[in-house]
Design a binder for this molecule. Structure first.
Ligand code: PEP
Ligand code: MG
Length: 754
């Protein structure tokens, strides 16, 4: 910016701060701010719209338009010029609005006299939270310089708009409109468990109010000191935390390397050299990177942007000196609430006190969710607007099993969550007691009970449950937690570790099952409309054969001298299975020619997840050594019901006649053909559903390690003949769900279904 422009910007920022720090109420402050900006920018009119309810912009303050219109004008995000600025989070200048195709005329505004327009977004976390506009009566081309000044002003104004004071004000408006406060929110569970505690709203972002530096040398020294201290603290924090081993530790190490990146530091230092304060230089470095990468569809680069934002915020904290006071809540039970969060941020809190994590923008592959899961912290994500709804200190309850968050829960909800927590503790104690008892029913039928493994952390369950083996190893999980595609050697390491820990028990390896909601950070996301039925799983690995071949090689080498079981996911027809199996067999031949030690036996199977293979079972059972049913995917395709959609999660039930009949037919056919058949989807992890499976004839169940104790106590209290009879009568019912009947049956027959 040229110096008169700098003076103009500085003057507006000074006035803005004076008004913000004054004693007026928030609506008065906003009016004064808009009037001041209109005057200082020599415009004729101006507005401030704020995003409410995610999709709407509401007019909060104006100058030069009809009086009394605040809160009476609203626009959809995307509607009109203002909506366009919000939708794209991008400034827009128009010389004559009347000629612009997107202009949307609002008769109540009193805007007939105005022609030129400039709008800039008020944004936070790269999302527009409002729009600041100016208008002139004449046709006028706003200059780049004027836009920059207004953007600088918007940056500071955004902080006021995102303040606690503003969210109080918005809430009071909602209350005044007679809308009842919502208490229970449905989100997506990213990690199971229950938690009760006080909210800690995780706000890292600092307000950058001082943009230009008076003394470059001083700023550089300040930057260097903050950067050094931040890295030393990170080293100390991570080393001190007893995190065991696993992907979560790799993630935190990668973050630590990122914070030390020399290129990033140099960019900030260069910005300071060009006249910015250290704080503004950090923001500028971030914005440059964001401008370059924000359009990418590459999820790896997107994930790096998250990391960069987190590290930038951390450094800003050190620069402003308020990095220490993160948890203002004096409680032994904390529930962290974040809009988004880096994995290292979790370590800022005493993680032994964290009872839950709520992330507004969370996704299943998010690193912080993987870390939280490994630390046994329940996580609920994807609840729009929850971040601005919750205030630090408020009581919260988290139900990570069903994906619910309760704000200010009443006594009954608190009691329910406490009971669930106690139940979990009791079950853990019970698990220890059951550990050495056989997985046999009351009438002496052996049920083989396996666990599903993904994270390194899950390996501990092999010993703690004393299970019969690993019925599903989701090999994609270590791929997802890695920053680069693991090579054969690295994969051999993962697989061998699992076989060693299994110590002779059965282990079933599943080939890479990526795509849909399981994205690899280093692979571009192809952006399909329906990824769950798109290019995923075996469809990817058959097309990218080298990946499949390498994985098969790694399986064969890891299992040298031992029995190897490999299964392929998402098979839709016999020829896909034959094709995948042939790839494995070719690799086996190559290994033999290489004179490497090969497995003592190789069994090849497939997952039953796509309905089409259910109708090709006879042929498949002639070729497969075993089958395993992925009820999570199978149910979503049978019911045409997205498994990740919280709105649908209670609509269709696997405990209904159509689904159970199909499950019954699969196991009967497999038994007739003498082919091992198991269930490794979530159905096997839930005692009441596992009870139905036993009634249908299933004798091999593979479940999550954390459910093992509950399922085992059910198994030990059931009589197979009785439940088989009962299921036969149930299958005649046309009810939407047979769950209530099965639950009553369990109670009546003393079957333990915790
Ligand atoms: C399933 O679909 O049931 C299954 C076990 O696979 P995943 O949950 O990993 O898709
Ligand atoms: Mg599946």
């Amino acid at each position: 910016m040229k110096s008169p422009a700098i003076n103009q910007a500085m003057n507006i920022l000074r006035l803005l701060r004076e008004i913000s720090e004054g004693a007026d109420t928030l609506p008065v402050k906003l009016d004064k701010i808009i009037t001041m900006i209109v005057r200082e920018m020599k415009a004729d009119a101006g507005t401030c719209y704020l995003v409410v309810d995610d999709n709407y912009l509401e007019l909060f303050a104006s100058c030069g338009f009809n009086p009394g219109i605040a809160h009476k004008i609203s626009l959809r995000v995307g509607e009109g010029l203002v909506g366009d600025v919000a939708e794209h989070n991008r400034s827009l200048a128009v010389a004559d609005v009347w000629k612009h195709p997107k202009f949307s005329y609002k008769p109540d505004m009193g805007e007939d006299a105005y022609k030129s327009f400039i709008g800039v977004p008020l944004s936070r976390w790269r999302r527009a939270i409002g729009v600041l506009t100016l208008q002139k009566k004449e046709i006028y081309e706003y200059t780049r310089l004027e836009m920059e000044i207004l953007e600088t002003v918007a940056m500071v104004l955004s902080e006021l708009v995102a303040s606690e004071e503003m969210s109080e004000y918005k809430n009071s408006l909602i209350r005044a409109r007679g809308q009842s406060e919502k208490e229970k929110y449905k989100g997506l569970s990213l990690s199971k468990g229950y938690g009760l505690g006080n909210a800690v709203v995780h706000r890292r972002r600092q307000v950058v109010t001082k943009i230009f530096a008076e003394d470059k040398e001083k700023e550089l020294k300040k930057l260097e000191a903050a950067h050094t201290r931040m890295n030393a603290d990170l080293d100390e924090k991570f080393d001190a935390a007893k995190l065991g081993i696993g992907e979560h530790v790799d993630i935190l190490d990668a973050y630590r390397m990122f914070a030390k990146d020399k290129g990033w530091y140099k960019k900030i230092a260069d910005n300071v050299q060009s006249g910015l304060t250290a704080e503004a230089a950090v923001e500028r470095a971030y914005e440059d990177m964001w401008n370059r990468l924000s359009g990418t569809t590459d999820s790896y680069l997107k994930e790096r942007l998250h990391d960069l934002r987190d590290v930038a915020d951390r450094l800003l904290g050190y620069l402003s000196g308020d990095n220490a006071a993160l948890s203002p809540v004096n409680s032994d039970n904390l529930i962290i609430v974040a809009q988004t969060m880096g994995p290292a941020d979790l370590m800022d809190y005493d993680y032994t006190k964290i009872r839950g994590l709520i992330i507004e923008d969370g996704t299943p592959t998010m690193h912080v969710a993987i870390v939280a899961k490994a630390l046994n912290i329940p996580v609920v994500a994807k609840i729009k607007g929850i971040f601005s709804e919750i205030k630090t200190g408020e009581m919260l309850a988290v139900d990570g099993n069903e994906g619910y968050v309760y704000i200010r829960p009443g006594i009954p909800v608190q009691e329910k969550i406490k009971a669930k927590i106690a139940e979990k503790e009791k079950l853990q104690a019970r698990l220890a007691e059951l550990k050495d008892l056989p997985g046999k029913t009351k009438d002496g039928v052996k049920i083989n009970m396996y666990i599903n493994v993904g994270l390194a952390f899950d390996l501990d369950y092999i010993e703690s449950t004393n299970c019969d083996g690993v019925g599903l190893y989701r090999t994609e999980i270590p791929f997802m937690a890695s920053d680069v595609m693991p090579d054969v050697e690295k994969q051999v390491g993962y697989y061998k570790e699992l076989m060693d820990r299994a110590d002779g028990r059965k282990v079933i390896f599943r080939s890479l099952d990526v795509g849909s909601d399981k994205l690899l950070p280093y692979w571009g996301n192809v952006g399909e409309d329906n990824p769950a039925i798109g290019w995923r799983s075996i469809r990817i690995t058959l097309d990218r054969r080298a990946i499949l071949r390498k994985q098969m090689r790694a399986f064969l080498r890891a299992a040298a001298g031992r029995e190897l079981n490999v299964m392929f996911p998402m098979i839709s027809n016999l020829s896909e299975f034959e094709d995948a199996k042939e790839t494995l067999m070719i690799e086996l031949e190559k290994e033999k020619r290489r004179h490497g030690e090969v497995p003592s036996k190789v069994n090849v199977g497939l997952m039953i997840e796509v309905p089409s293979v259910v109708f090709q079972l006879d042929a498949i059972l002639k070729q497969a050594d075993f089958i395993s049913i992925g009820t999570n995917d199978l149910a979503q395709f049978i019911f045409a019901c997205d498994r990740g959609n919280p709105r649908l999660s209670e609509r269709y039930d696997v405990l209904s006649a159509p689904f159970l009949k199909m499950m019954g037919e699969i196991v009967s056919k497999a038994d007739e053909a003498g082919v091992y058949c198991s269930v490794c989807g979530e159905m096997a992890s839930n005692p009441i559903e596992a009870l139905a499976l036993i009634g249908l004839g299933y004798r091999n169940l593979s479940m999550s390690g954390s459910s093992f104790g509950r399922v085992k106590s059910m198994v030990r209290s059931v009589n197979t003949i009785d439940i088989e009879d009962y299921i036969k009568t149930l299958l005649k019912s046309n009810k939407r769900t047979l769950r209530p009947q099965l639950i009553s049956y369990a109670y009546d027959h003393g079957i333990e279904i915790y």
